[in-house]
Design a protein around this ligand. Structure first.
Ligand SMILES: [Zn+2]
Length: 204
């Protein structure tokens, strides 16, 4: 049989290949290191703790796009900090508004790219949900859409990292975040964008 491509490997792991192909792959796998390797890479993607903005129908596309992006990424990429353009919370404080807003709106800017962030407070679980959307075109990026951009959110207090991939509209989300300082890394082809989130609090 033909060797597995990345998409087939994903579909095999999701057990959504047609039954006769499932059988063929199961028989082929023990004999072929190339396909075992493909399965391994697919497995890594599926096991990485991603928070997906929408449930699975687009998962294969997104992961395939992410894989393509990963292969295109340069090894000696530069890092660039995005600057905070707007923060709804600090504006409220400056205006002397009291009370606890339910959400906080942030806008970050980098050369060719804007990142719109919304932080929501879940009072019951005392955690935060962060939703975001990347806007703008990356002149240096070959992709014609915003799908499959890899994001890493690092908790600066305990070093924990979580990962996510953008959907086709450049959207992503992280949920159940603890109160902490965070760094968000956006992996583009030629550079990493770093977004500093000093505090996720919207109440302090
Ligand atoms: Zn093979």
């Amino acid at each position: 049989m033909n060797h597995l491509d990345f998409q087939q490997a994903i579909e095999y792991l999701q057990k959504i290949l047609p039954p006769e192909e499932m059988t063929r792959v199961t028989q082929h796998l023990p004999t072929c290191t190339a396909c075992q390797h493909e399965i391994e890479i697919a497995q890594q993607f599926m096991n990485s703790p991603q928070t997906l903005p929408t449930p699975s129908p687009n998962l294969v596309n997104r992961v395939t796009a992410a894989f393509r992006r990963k292969q295109e990424r340069l090894t000696n990429r530069t890092e660039q900090k995005a600057t905070l353009q707007f923060d709804s919370w600090s504006q409220l404080v400056a205006l002397g508004v009291r009370g606890i807003p339910q959400e906080r709106q942030l806008l970050f800017h980098e050369d060719e790219f804007d990142l719109d962030l919304q932080v929501m407070n879940d009072r019951e679980t005392k955690t935060y949900t962060m939703r975001g959307q990347m806007l703008g075109s990356f002149a240096n990026d070959t992709a014609d859409d915003l799908e499959g951009v890899a994001l890493t959110l690092k908790n600066k207090k305990n070093g924990q990292r979580r990962q996510s991939l953008t959907d086709q509209y450049g959207r992503f989300s992280f949920s159940q975040l603890d109160q902490s300082d965070y760094e968000l890394f956006v992996a583009l082809k030629e550079r990493d964008i770093i977004i500093n989130l000093e505090s996720l609090s919207i109440t302090e």
